[in-house]
Ligand binder design. Structure first.
Ligand code: GLN
Length: 274
């Protein structure tokens, strides 16, 4: 029996008025569509920051600027619904600012330490190097959550744009290892983090449009039978992902070509110097 039997699966895009800069609201649309295409009844909720956060089964939190990020964190802490729903088994996807603010703390624009919602053992500080901007490709960690049929997630693709550097504490696990780009940026080569049914990443794209296996993992968590162990993933019907796979390969090939191009031009420069 599914936890949402008898009612629609509620997917909530958290505070798009504050955290709508990078198109991460698309993650809610991807989840809703992938559930509907399988005949699952869905309610897609856009939750403005001036209203109580609705009850939902899945919350997606997007990226944004430093100021709105602080407001979003403060409002979520005061509201209390997100923390309670996670304790009750809700799934959370946080992206960039949304990732940082579900952690323990993050800096504001003046580098003051702000409280995060505390759903992930993650601490963010201001980076000292240039802002991390560009394509990001990462290989899921060996112990990263597995998708349907126990299959490991494939390479993760997206783009990043952040100044913060995040350290994953012992209470959470890094999601992936960076192949190309910066990711968490703390020097261990990690990207993203997860714990229970809470997952965060620096990948925009929207990440679930470029990584449908990740979308299905989150849906699988949300649709796992009531009372099942935390990591249980409901088996969902396969979908024809031709267009999604084409987008994915196009982006991955562009990055691979850039890497190969970089090597070619470096070899060319070395040869020219001889
Ligand atoms: N303000 C945060 C940072 O720069 C998050 C940016 C974002 O969400 N893209 O680190």
């Amino acid at each position: 029996m599914s936890s949402v039997v008898g009612r629609p699966l509620a997917i909530c895009v958290v505070y798009p008025d504050l955290l709508g800069t990078y198109g991460d609201g698309g993650n809610g649309v991807v989840l809703a569509k992938r559930a509907q295409w399988r005949g699952i009844d869905v309610e897609l909720l856009y939750a403005p920051s001036d209203r109580p956060l609705p009850e939902a089964d899945v919350y997606t939190i997007g990226g944004g600027e430093d100021g709105p990020q602080v407001r979003a964190a403060t409002t979520l802490i005061e509201d209390g619904t997100l923390v309670r729903r996670v304790a009750e088994g809700a799934v959370v996807l946080g992206v960039c600012a949304g990732f940082q603010l579900i952690g323990r703390s993050f800096p504001d624009s003046a580098d003051r330490v702000c409280d995060g919602v505390g759903l992930l053992d993650l601490t963010t500080r201001k980076g000292t190097g240039p802002r991390a901007v560009g394509e990001l490709v990462a290989t899921p960690a060996a112990d990263a959550p597995r998708g349907m049929h126990g299959v490991a997630l494939p390479r993760l693709t997206g783009f990043e744009n952040h100044g913060g550097v995040s350290i994953v504490g012992p209470g959470a696990r890094p999601l992936a290892t960076v192949e190309r780009g910066i990711g968490n940026g703390g020097g261990d080569g990690s990207e993203g983090a997860w714990s229970g049914r809470v997952l965060g990443t620096y990948l925009h794209g929207p990440v679930l449009a470029r990584n449908t296996a990740l979308a299905d993992l989150l849906l699988g968590w949300a649709l796992a039978p009531d009372g099942s162990a935390q990591g249980t993933v409901a088996e969902l019907e396969g979908l024809d992902d031709y267009e999604e796979l084409a987008l994915r390969s196009e982006r991955l090939e562009a990055v691979d070509a850039q890497v190969a191009g970089g090597w070619r031009s470096m070899v060319g420069r070395v040869r020219a110097r001889r």
